[in-house]
Design a protein. Structure first.
Lengths: 201, 201, 201, 201
DNA sequence: TCATAAGCGAGACGGTACGTCGTGTCTTACG
DNA sequence: CGTAAGACACGACGTACCGTCTCGCTTATGA
């Protein structure tokens, strides 16, 4: 069955050494933010050489993106609570927590992607696609249970829930709370997904 | 009357020379993005000296924020189409167009605000509050017309429309189209705002 | 009169700040040798920035050459002892001492000149020409005194005395002594300069 | 008989593979000079691995010195023209040609020897001693023929001829010509070697 | 009419990070 | 076992940018 609780997580494309470098990068990123992070510091803390870093990732930007992607890769799990509302709340809350923690990194990655188109593809394929698959899984399960009409599952707005939350996190002084997630699910996402049923009902 | 089409635009706090510097900054920002923008380049293109720039704005970050604020100052207009849907579409499309043009700048400002809390306040008061007031105007008009229940106007999700659009613009390779705005209004925002009426109706 | 004891020293082409940088460079050069010398160290000891150094001299090589040239500039003095032999001994001994001290620097400069033709010109005009003028002065005085025939003053071998001494210094384990200078003057240079007179005498 | 034209060349201490590496080194040395020469490039052009190079010569410096020594090993021949002047001209011209070709290498070796005393001994024994023996041979033959007084053969200035020529080659923009060699022999070396005879004659 | 000051252009400066490159050591896999 | 291939730590190179500073020149008034 498609909805079985399963890790969507792909095998890590990185060697142990590379994973170590990315972990150090993520650490320093959280500690100091993007531009206080120096490649020298990454190399030093990992007891590596700058050349070793630059051999893998041709710029600080790509290093940070890789670290970010690796950092979020392992949490793309299908919640499987049994109801659409439960799944959406779980998903939203997970997204909120994760993104809150990575706020600085997300901002940094966004800036960098605007410069290097290569990073856009990386972000697209390594991050967004994972999320999209996950949400589609949740919606398909809900359709299987008859909670929603399958026709409301579109490619246009699938990322409304995580997208708006990320906006809120990235926008200073608008940090979302668990209550924000609840309101968003109950008053926006579900009304939108069930708009046809209610008209019919 | 509160709904009259009026420019919310405040008088520019900048002298002509300062405005010129900000325009140059905005230009270069669009051309090269935040980190490729150098204060030297701004000074050079404006035939000014770096000291002249730094006398006004104590850091590159504040310069960019000022340029951004100046760049968006003039477009906060109440659409006044006569229907909620029309107003929302107009607002959304305006936001979409403006933000698309300023994508790089927005990314830059987001990063900078995360570092300098002072910039958060500036962004908050000079940008967000304007938008919030505008949307509340639109919603109040709709309530006055009886299109929606005033109780759905909350402080939690007022920025859903611009927020998600900005997310889409800032996230590479997910640029929204006019159709995106339409779907967002028709299938998300309006269903959310009218969720009670339908249940009642 | 042409033979008056006078400083051949030209005015330094360097500003005080530049002179300071060159002095630091020369110090570190003597302390650590050419390739243990780092531009960072020069900048640090001079409390300057690397950019400040590189603004003047586009590479480490040119910096070192400039320091070397400056280091030897101030010692090009006409000895004026009254006899050809005395002048030559004084000149030779001065050259020997100075070059011994700068041995490492000389070797370094020689290597670098082979790479950058621009350095060749610099070495030529700023160093060799000074020496040539000095030796010609000494020989002309000797001719004036009737010690030698003016016709032996040629452009081909004017640098025999300093040249061979520099060879000896630069060639490891062949460091010249004061006795070397004496023998060189008495048994080579003077016999060569007076070869015609003796044939006549 | 001591004066027979004979190759002083010792059997090469290197295996064919090693000789090949040294030849590549010498090539690259002539092409790019000492610092532009990289051990990686030597290994690459010889289709060898860096480890293979470093197993033989523990540093770039020793590699270059070995290549240099190998490069000059084969030319230490006693000219045997029958006259002192002829021998000196032949010797000087051979030295001039060889050293001109190896100019960059000579500069490189000089720098390196100043750092590693071990290289000094190598240069001393493998290069200078050969030359010294050769010149002493020439002078002894001349003494045997009665051209010079044996007492002028000293250990102090035996290398005047090659030494000054090397100085001229190494000093940029002072490249010696065949005429330089002639003048040096006729106006300096021979007058010096025959200074006593003329005084007596 | 001239002088004294404030603003400006030009750009040097200290500091710091970037990304590159070369050396000499080391490991892995092949023959 | 020696070798080719090449990753690795270390560390210097030369570049770029930020934010501060000093220099003259201009302009705009006050004696």
């Amino acid at each position: 069955m498609s909805g079985t609780a399963q890790r969507v997580k792909a095998a890590s494309p990185w060697s142990p050494r590379e994973t170590e470098l990315l972990e150090v990068t993520l650490q320093l990123l959280q500690e100091h933010g993007y531009d206080r992070l120096t490649v020298d510091a990454v190399a030093a803390r990992a007891r590596a050489s700058k050349a070793t870093v630059y051999r893998r990732w041709p710029s600080k930007a790509e290093l940070v993106l890789a670290a970010f992607t690796e950092g979020v890769r392992q949490v793309a799990i299908h919640p499987e609570t049994g109801t659409l509302r439960g799944d959406l709340l779980a998903l939203g809350e997970a997204c909120r927590q994760q993104a809150t923690q990575l706020a600085g990194t997300i901002r940094a990655v966004l800036v960098e992607t605007s410069r290097h188109p290569a990073l856009q593809d990386a972000l697209q394929s390594q991050f967004l696609e994972q999320r999209k698959a996950l949400i589609h899984d949740v919606l398909r399960d809900a359709a299987d249970r008859g909670e929603i009409d399958p026709s409301v599952i579109s490619d246009e707005l699938w990322d409304l829930l995580p997208g708006y939350l990320i906006f809120r996190i990235v926008m200073p002084a608008r940090n979302p709370t668990p209550e924000t997630v609840r309101v968003l699910v109950d008053e926006v996402v579900i009304p939108s997904l069930t708009r046809n049923r209610k008209a019919n009902g």
